[in-house]
Ligand binder design. Structure first.
Ligand code: GRF
Length: 194
């Protein structure tokens, strides 16, 4: 892989469903000279995902798959990714669960970012759950995607302190800031260790 990176950038697809702050951050990262990735396209199940606006501005191809028929949609996505020679998929706030079959096709090459210190708080409402349990820390995790929700191999994590009287909104904001630092680092780590 080190050799590969020296020659050409890793063709990457980002999957989103919403705001896209991580997408925006990854696009900026990909535009740096020493970035190992080239973002070829952005895929969303939600045509109204805010993140798509930034992708368009940056002239990155976007594609909507509605996921009304998962099987068919996933096959279409696989075809689309193949056309663009995609090697790496980064999920960034993508709210659909990919099938075992899809994941198998990109084994070890799908990353996700999750707003908790996994294995704690898989799934949704992570900040509320951390606060309810009076945890001293929460954080974020970049992990490989396997067939179990938020359970794949952890690539990198970052702890974030929880303060007295913290609110989930404030905690979410602070964690998101760290997500933006963590995701590019985790991508580099994964690619350089392949
Ligand atoms: C982030 O908190 C990420 O960890 C989670 O979904 C959120 C996406 O935020 N998977 P954004 O759309 O990247 O702003």
């Amino acid at each position: 892989m080190k050799k590969l990176i020296g020659q050409s950038k890793i063709k990457t697809s980002i999957f989103i469903s919403g705001t896209g702050s991580n997408l925006k951050n990854l696009i900026k990262f990909s535009l740096k000279k020493d970035s190992p990735i080239l973002i070829k396209n952005v895929i969303s199940n939600n045509p109204k995902a805010k993140g798509l606006i930034f992708a368009k501005k940056c002239k990155i191809k976007i594609k909507i798959f509605k996921f009304n028929n998962k099987n068919n949609n996933e096959n279409e996505i696989l075809k689309y990714l193949k056309e663009d020679n995609i090697f790496l998929i980064c999920l960034a706030g993508f709210m659909k669960i990919l099938s075992k079959n899809f994941i198998k096709k990109f084994k070890g090459k799908i990353l996700n970012i999750h707003p908790s210190l996994l294995p704690k708080y898989k799934g949704l409402n992570t900040h509320q759950r951390a606060l309810k349990n009076n945890d001293n820390f929460s954080g974020c995790t970049v992990h490989l995607v396997n067939s179990k929700l938020d359970s794949g191999k952890i690539i990198l994590q970052k702890k974030v302190k929880i303060y007295k009287n913290d609110s989930s909104t404030r905690l979410e904001k602070r964690i998101l800031r760290q997500e933006h630092v963590l995701y590019p680092k985790a991508i580099k780590k994964l690619l350089f260790n392949l």
